[in-house]
Design a protein around this ligand. Structure first.
Ligand code: TXA
Ligand code: MG
Length: 345
């Protein structure tokens, strides 16, 4: 567990960065911060290294990994073609929280990275520590989120240690991550780009660059099969049941009281400005409602905090599915296993 004191100035020559890069070159797994969440990295070219990621996380082997790069020339080594839409999106959003699906070049990456698919997910993260580690290692780095499979993604080095201590070679501590939800995954192998996972770059922002994009039907209809294998798993889940409550404050308060009347301890996920308006056993605020990016930033930490409480049930307020709200609601719906309660007129 190495601390980078001033991540903004992270240089390849920092001893912590060098140590992380050396371990990656030796085929070990090392966690590092990105602008979205902490990633668990390994050499994407080497089967044994990539296998260690799946093993450390307890990740199903049919769920492919995102390859992280630090510069454009690394991309050319990995993909068969670069479609026009992808060029525009990279120009607008790289480095940044946008993962693009390309047709892969044959026989370069470990087969374990792509889980047998003909495509590969690639992103250039916008975090000085991540970029320095990748550049120093001089390797494409396969990196899923650095959580135990099924847990909320880690937004601090402590979250990584809580989940994976003893199972990984180390974590570079660059402080709390900024965006808080994972990158947007967009498939550019189709004529019209398709968003497979909403994330840090909004659908609206993508449309200003490439025009109309579509959403994978599985994002709207939970019965259809997602194109992104990882989206089918129950994810981000706290240990106790969770419900999304769509209604006014007084109705939500009544739902809480009804549950307490049955002898249940109730936790509530709300936003800072609404805390004084509620009574529950545990209330954890998640950002401010008028600034959805602040909600995204705190979301996983808040879900982890509920796990440390003794509440029997968690109720969560809902957010508009606009901007980063689409990613927030996607993660909340998974955490709640799609259980909703809606206020009647
Ligand atoms: O922000 C992020 O993207 C973080 C940081 C560490 O970069 N990484 C991350 O990785 O969230 P992970 O493994 O937790 O999620 C990767 C997602 C999964 O849903 C996976 O199924 C999908 O990307 N994916 C990877 N390769 C794919 C491919 N070739 N086609 C479709 N989906 C793919
Ligand atoms: Mg993940």
């Amino acid at each position: 567990h190495w601390v980078v004191d001033n991540p903004v100035d992270a240089k390849k020559s920092y001893p912590q960065i060098k140590e992380a890069a050396t371990l990656l070159q030796k085929g070990e797994v090392v966690a590092f911060p990105t602008e979205t969440v902490y990633g668990l990295g390994a050499d994407a070219l080497k089967d044994e290294a990539v296998a260690k990621i799946y093993h450390a996380k307890g990740r199903p082997s049919d769920n492919p990994l995102i390859v992280h790069i630090a510069n454009q020339s690394q991309l050319n080594e990995l993909v068969a073609t670069i479609p026009e839409a992808a060029k525009k999106l990279m120009g607008a959003f790289w480095p940044g929280p946008l993962t693009i699906i390309f047709k892969k070049k044959a026989n370069v990456l470990s087969e374990k990275v792509t889980a047998g698919l003909e495509t590969v997910a690639i992103r250039m993260p916008n975090h000085p520590v991540a970029l320095a580690v990748i550049a120093q290692a001089q390797l494409p780095i396969a990196a899923p989120s650095a959580n135990q499979s099924g847990k909320p993604s880690p937004t601090t080095a402590q979250h990584v240690l809580d989940d994976l201590k003893g199972r990984i070679a180390g974590v570079v501590d660059g402080g709390e991550t900024g965006v808080g939800v994972e990158s947007t995954v967009v498939d550019c192998t189709a004529p019209i780009p398709v968003i497979l996972r909403p994330g840090g770059i909004t659908k609206e922002a993508i449309e200003t660059i490439v025009g109309k994009v579509s959403l994978d039907p599985a994002l709207k209809d939970k019965e259809s099969q997602p194109k992104s294998p990882g989206m089918k798993y129950k994810h981000y889940a706290p240990d106790m049941p969770m419900y999304l409550l769509d209604g006014h404050i007084h109705w939500i308060q009544k739902v809480i009281q009804d549950e307490q009347a049955k002898g249940k301890k109730v936790g509530l996920l709300t936003t800072e400005e609404r805390v004084p308006q509620y009574k529950a056993d545990v209330i954890i605020p998640c950002g401010r409602r008028e600034d959805l990016s602040s909600v995204a930033k705190s979301l996983y930490d808040v879900l982890r905090k509920f796990n440390e409480t003794d509440v029997d049930i968690i109720f969560s307020e809902v957010f508009p599915k606009e901007g980063v709200g689409l990613a927030i609601m996607n993660r909340l719906e998974k955490a709640a296993a799609h259980q909703w309660m809606v206020e009647m007129e």
